[in-house]
Structures are given as structure tokens and as C-alpha cells.
Design a protein around this ligand. Structure first.
Ligand code: ZN
Length: 206
């Protein structure tokens, strides 16, 4: 029991450490930013903010340090199965690389298996690996799709992301309710029939 707990906490630490950061805190920079924004970084409510931001930002960019092979280790299975597998409505949270503001939404991921399947719980974790980086929605979509293509050698992969961007919602643009949809279709998902089947299943209400 104890050993298992220790292993778990070790893994958690690894995920929390951004690659190449050298554990260097960004807290002093945040403090400087607060004062340049005209606030007093020493006042009570703000005094520990730089530390909190440091922690939060390290978590929100923790995807850089995750080894995807290790993450899916042991969860790829050989089976006689050449059908479509879809995991839809996967909640994700990411950070736009242009403004470092959040964008969030739902990912729908499908693949057409070629006798290899992945444990379903791993798909949301793969989404998180690429979402917890500085991103643009288009690249995030592509990276999820290409990751599955490499891991599973499937007949095809389809990924659709629907997202809301705080940089659009909170700034002058005033398009609070506009969503952005991106898709990546690889292999047989480029074909109309497969793509339409995938999109119809994604739209279907549970
Ligand atoms: Zn932005």
C-alpha cells in the first residue's frame, strides 16, 4: 500500500515539472508584472500571488514534461477489431500562446482501429498532455491526432475540438458566445463516408 502511494506521488511530481525550467521560479517576474500594472505587490491580498501564479503556470504547462509512451504504457492491446472507437465530450483546458489566456472546451476523438486499441481512459490523458502547454487550438488538434496515429497505427484518426477563448471573450472583441471549431482528419478519416460517420456519432446525444 505504502509503496504504491509513494510511486503515485513520484509520478505526480514528474508531471508537475516543466522541461528545461530548471525548477526556476517565475514568482519574481510576476511580482514585477504586478507592480508594472500599477498594483502594490506587497499588499495583503497580493503578497503570495507570485508564488501561486508560479505554481499554477507550472501546472498549466506541465504537458511539456510528460512522456506519452510512459503515460500509455501497458494500455495498448492487440485485438481483432477494425471498427471505429470514439471518445467524445472530453473536457480540456489550455492556454492560448498569443495572450497566455485560457481557452477551454470539448474534444471528440475517434480512430479506426487496425487490430490495436488503447485503454479508453488514456485518451483524455493524451488530450491533457497537449492541452497543458502554450497552444493554438489548431496545433492542439493536430498533435492529439498525430499522437494517436503514431501509437496505434490505426486506419485513420479524427479529432474535433470545440473551444471558447478568453482572449476573445474578455477583451474588446465582445464575441462572448462565439466558439471555435477545429478538426484534424488523418488516414481513412479523409474519406467522406468515414468522416461523416464520425461527425454524426460526435453530434449524437448520449
Ligand atoms: Zn489568444
Amino acid at each position: 500500500m505504502r509503496r504504491e502511494n509513494r510511486m503515485r506521488s513520484k509520478a505526480a511530481v514528474k508531471v508537475m515539472t516543466p522541461k528545461g525550467s530548471g525548477h526556476k521560479s517565475i514568482a519574481p517576474l510576476v511580482s514585477e508584472m504586478i507592480s508594472r500594472l500599477g498594483e502594490d505587490p506587497e499588499r495583503e491580498g497580493l503578497v503570495r500571488t507570485p508564488e501561486r501564479v508560479d505554481k499554477a503556470m507550472k501546472f498549466l504547462t506541465s504537458g511539456y514534461s510528460v512522456d506519452v509512451d510512459k503515460l500509455v504504457n501497458g494500455a495498448i492491446f492487440e485485438v481483432q477489431y477494425e471498427e471505429m472507437v470514439i471518445v467524445k465530450d472530453i473536457e480540456f483546458f489550455s492556454m492560448c500562446e498569443h495572450h497566455m489566456l485560457p481557452f477551454y472546451g470539448k474534444a471528440h476523438v475517434g480512430y479506426l482501429a487496425r487490430n490495436k486499441v488503447i485503454g479508453l481512459s488514456k485518451i483524455p490523458r493524451i488530450v491533457d498532455v497537449f492541452a497543458r502547454r502554450l497552444q493554438i487550438q489548431e496545433r492542439l488538434t493536430q498533435q492529439i491526432a498525430h499522437c494517436l496515429l503514431e501509437m496505434l497505427d490505426p486506419l485513420g484518426v479524427g479529432v474535433v475540438l470545440e473551444a471558447q477563448h478568453f482572449c476573445m471573450m474578455m477583451r474588446g472583441v465582445e464575441k462572448q458566445h462565439s466558439g471555435t471549431v477545429t478538426s484534424a482528419m488523418l488516414g481513412e478519416f479523409k474519406q467522406k463516408e468515414t468522416r461523416n460517420e464520425f461527425l454524426a456519432l460526435v453530434k449524437q446525444k448520449a
